[in-house]
Design a protein around this ligand. Structure first.
Ligand code: RFL
Length: 387
């Protein structure tokens, strides 16, 4: 079994297969240090935590993660809080930075004798329509190599070799939400004890705790803005205005330690299985980060895929593998639907004729419904924490 990519999807899959005695190798383009420091997600759903617990992969997040169950919306009409941990199914997030989770998964895999090749870039998957697929790769010294396995798991993200190797018939749904975020990691404690979503005429701003010393902020910016375009002064000025710091309290400032620009788009590959090539995580579908679902789906899909592969390879039952794509797509489209709803709740995206007062009024009505309707709040909570 060859696994492409050592993100949450590839490493959960690798650990579960190894624990079941299935021989596998993980090919990872980056070096170990890069994996340990790549900051992305932070909010793990209750289902994700249960999956990690079930397989003995949750020690780190139990030690250092913090549960979280409140979000705050700030709008021109004031602010309101939703204790989503008490709404819907009564479930909370666990805040645990993705790079910590990846480090835990990697350590556990390597300690158990798992094989991983760092700085080895997969180039293409070949012969996926037969029983002997291969992967061509480039070793750290530039040498080409070829890897064989009964199956290849494409867990190498949206720009990886798995997607490039899909047969012409594969369907790729793509939706551009039109909005762009400047994502910032700031060396400062969180400014509020809630996830903060600010809807403002100047654009969206978001606040998400990461650790006691590091906080993530997002600022909507124009498409094409380079990550380093805004000086720190401008960043804090915009955050103060959009988060309405003058009304609701100052933000804790600190140096910006990381910047990234994210165009909000979504896509889904259908199906997730193409013969011996199976997709999971971002390689299968990408969600806008507005609803914090990507890493959670990656873990869920990795568990479903591991179970199906063990059924097939260890017990000779191919049924779960045949159903893998259909089962994942049901979760993926639910998550896509909710994150699409979140994008429209939080942003004014100028259309071809500029800003639409009609859309602005719809968004205001949506927020008002969320503020006042318990039914709407329960629906929100269930979708916000669930995968
Ligand atoms: P990953 O984590 O991208 O890992 C893929 C791995 O594959 C390697 N790779 C290759 N290896 C070999 N050969 C090749 N040709 C290769 N090409 C790539 C890469 O080096 C990498 O190590 O994919 P995976 O495992 O599917 O996990 C997906 C998640 O990382 C992603 O969905 C989330 O980070 C999305 N996301 C969030 N998800 C959440 O659930 N909660 C959040 O709070 C959250 N916040 C975020 C996010 C994504 C963000 N960005 C940067 C888009 C915040 C941001 C800013």
């Amino acid at each position: 079994m060859v696994i492409l990519g050592a993100g949450p999807a590839g490493l959960v899959l690798g650990n579960l297969l190894r624990d079941s005695g299935i021989d596998c190798v993980v090919l990872e383009r980056a070096d170990r240090e890069h994996l340990r420091s790549r900051a992305r997600a932070g909010y793990l759903a209750a289902d994700t935590v249960r999956i990690l617990e079930r397989h003995g992969l949750a020690d780190g997040l139990h030690r250092a993660g913090r549960t979280h169950g409140t979000c705050e919306f700030r709008t021109e009409d004031g602010r309101f809080r939703l204790d989503y941990g008490r709404l819907g199914r009564g479930e909370r997030h666990t805040v645990y930075p993705q790079q910590e989770l990846v480090t835990d998964l990697l350590n556990r895999f390597v300690d158990a004798g798992g094989r991983i090749r760092f700085e080895t870039e997969a180039l293409a998957v070949h012969d996926a329509d037969g029983p002997h697929p291969t992967v061509t790769a480039r070793e750290p010294d530039g040498r080409p190599t070829r890897w064989r396995g009964r199956y290849v798991a494409g867990c190498d993200g949206r720009h990886g070799a798995a997607r490039r190797s899909l047969p012409p018939g594969a369907l790729r749904h793509h939706h551009d939400h039109g909005a762009t975020w400047l994502g910032l990691l700031v060396q400062a404690p969180p400014s509020l004890d809630a996830v903060g979503y600010a809807v403002h005429r100047r654009g969206f701003a978001g606040h998400m705790a990461r650790t006691a010393e590091v906080t993530r902020y997002y600022l909507q910016c124009d498409r094409g803005t380079p990550a380093d375009a805004w000086p720190e002064e401008r960043i804090w000025h915009e955050l103060d205005l959009r988060m309405r710091a003058a009304d609701h309290g100052p933000l804790h400032r600190g140096p910006v330690i990381h910047r990234t620009v994210v165009d909000l788009d979504s896509d889904v590959v259908e199906p997730l299985r193409h013969g011996a090539l199976l997709l999971a995580g971002d390689a299968a579908s990408v969600l806008s980060p507005s609803a914090a679902k990507g890493a959670n789906l990656a873990v869920l899909e990795a568990e479903l895929l591991a179970e199906a592969l063990v059924d097939d390879l260890a017990h000779g039952y191919p049924r779960a593998l045949d159903q893998y794509s259909r089962r994942c797509l049901a979760h993926i489209w639910r998550a896509q639907e909710f994150s699409h709803w979140m994008v429209r709740l939080l942003h004014a995206v100028p259309g071809p004729y500029g800003r639409s007062p009609f859309e602005d009024s719809l968004r205001r009505a949506r927020l008002e419904s969320l503020r006042t309707s318990r039914t709407h709040q329960d629906w929100f909570a269930e979708n916000y924490v669930g995968v």
